[in-house]
Design a protein around this ligand. Structure first.
Ligand code: FES
Length: 153
């Protein structure tokens, strides 16, 4: 029976001749914070219409601080590595500081990406922003409900 190609071979093909850094490979092969958070304060889903990759980010937030972050990514090795690194970078940060995490910061923390893969790190930045936007919308709805309830009394 023919052997299935390993992820390592796929990665080489994806990089179009340019190799990922050992750190990218590590985060691709052993991604941190994969999964789902039950009852998250914020969820962000973003996709790249060109390649079809999808990233979902879950945030647990207390007192405006990110206390946990998990992700599910259906996509390329760089998308998996960058979403994993993004969750590590935002954990423990205030919501304000988490919003400042750029795709460049994610890429630098992974010791770089091949130029044709930099767009994958944009997805990670967008996923963080989308999850925080969702969190803020939920807070606004809660606040509006509370003030409506007060006025009814
Ligand atoms: S190729 Fe689509 S995010 Fe990497």
């Amino acid at each position: 029976m023919p052997k299935k190609p390993s992820n390592r071979k796929k990665h080489k093909k994806e990089g179009a001749g340019e190799l990922y850094s050992p750190k990218v490979m590590d985060y691709f092969m052993n991604p941190r914070n994969v999964g789902e958070i039950k009852n998250p304060e914020g969820v962000g889903v973003v996709g790249n219409p060109v390649c079809g990759d999808i990233m979902k980010m879950y945030l647990k937030i207390k007192n405006d601080k990110v206390i946990d972050a998990k992700f599910q990514t259906f996509g390329c090795g760089a998308a998996i590595a960058t979403s994993s690194m993004a969750t590590e970078l935002i954990k423990g940060k205030s919501v304000e500081d988490a919003l400042k995490i750029s795709n460049r910061a994610v890429t630098e923390s992974l010791e770089g990406l091949p130029p044709i893969k930099v767009h994958c790190s944009v997805l990670a930045e967008e996923a963080i922003k989308a999850a925080i936007e969702d969190y803020r919308k939920k807070i606004q709805i809660k606040t509006a409900k509370k003030s409506t309830a007060k006025h009814k009394k």
